[in-house]
Design a binder for this molecule. Structure first.
Ligand code: ATP
Length: 295
């Protein structure tokens, strides 16, 4: 991607639901959840530069899978922010999306792109806009956009918009594996047999590899059984993570991306290389999560 005095790049991290309990349903049909989520160094990238007229381009491995037009959450985020800016100046921009995250894969790529655009354009346009207002605009685009705006370890409740940040959460070594089958979130929620599961247990006091692994053992992703039944490849992704030495493996969101937890970044890289060599067509990424104290 280009760089220059007026060009700025914004990270759009992957969102990983380490645990996800479905606890109820609102009268309007939205599901109530409780989720411990982290965000990763690996993700999409958004580049914003001033231009003569508005423009949008998409590059990267998964560019062919995203809508290149007004259906893209990038443009929806730009337009929503422009509308919220009212009479304030919002000059034309070119937005370049580098799409590195698989689409419809449970890692919130579209939501994270939207969040990066809101953050980036608020900065480019010099809008004095409160965090809460940005989160409100984000929520109008999708339930996961507010958590992607926060992009630090957190517990999300409600439909995903009630956020409690988690302190003292160290960076984790993670391997992300997607066997290449897109999953529609709506389809998985519709297939759930129970929607009134118990909430998350209390978090450990300080979170690192061992305490987290013990806690994860007593939690669930309530979407995983339905997704596994519909997409058996998810089970194969989980087995590969286990075989490669993951301390704990689970599906994120509504799938099909699965994560494995590793004690160090180097072990995660070796595991990712092993899985990649056996499954060259799959999406496999070794990464680290963003710690709660990260800049
Ligand atoms: P979530 O975990 O929030 O359900 P996901 O990771 O499963 O998200 P996304 O990759 O965000 O799913 O894609 C969901 C849908 O949004 C896709 O059907 C896709 O066509 C549409 N979409 C629009 N804009 C984007 C974008 N920038 N990136 C990815 N998908 C997008």
């Amino acid at each position: 991607m280009e760089s220059g005095p007026h060009v700025r790049t914004w990270a759009a991290p992957a969102k990983i639901n380490l645990a996800l309990h479905v606890t109820g349903r609102r009268p309007d049909g939205y599901h109530l959840i409780e989720s411990l989520a982290v965000f990763t160094r690996f993700g999409d990238r958004i580049e914003i530069a001033p231009a003569e007229g508005d423009d949008f381009t998409v590059s990267g491995r998964y560019a062919p899978d995203v809508p290149p037009d007004g259906d893209n959450l990038v443009l929806k985020a730009r337009d929503a922010l422009r509308q919220a800016a009212g009479l304030r100046s919002t000059p034309p921009v070119i937005i370049r999306l580098e799409k590195n995250l698989p689409v419809a894969s449970g890692v919130g790529g579209g939501s994270s792109d939207a969040a990066a655009v809101l953050r980036g354009l608020a900065d480019s346009w010099g809008l004095d806009i409160a965090r809460a207002e940005l989160a409100r605009i984000g929520l109008s685009l999708g339930a996961d956009v507010p958590m992607c705006l926060a992009a630090k370890p957190l517990v999300a409740r409600g439909i995903g918009e009630e956020l409690s940040m988690v302190a003292d959460f160290s960076a984790l070594g993670l391997v992300l594996v997607n066997p290449g089958t897109p999953v529609s979130t709506a389809e998985i929620f519709a297939a759930l047999s129970r929607r009134d599961n118990e909430p998350l247990p209390p978090l450990p006091r300080s979170i690192e590899f061992h305490s987290l692994r013990n806690w994860l053992e007593i939690t669930r992703n309530d979407l995983e059984p339905a997704a596994l039944a519909m997409r058996p490849a998810i089970g194969r992704a989980l087995s590969w993570l286990d075989k490669a030495g993951s301390g704990f493996s689970r599906m994120s969101g509504s799938g099909a991306t699965c994560f494995g937890l590793f004690e160090t970044g180097n072990v995660a890289k070796r595991a990712a290389a092993e899985i990649r060599s056996r499954q060259p067509d799959w999406f496999v990424a070794a990464t680290r999560s963003i710690a709660s104290e990260a800049e």
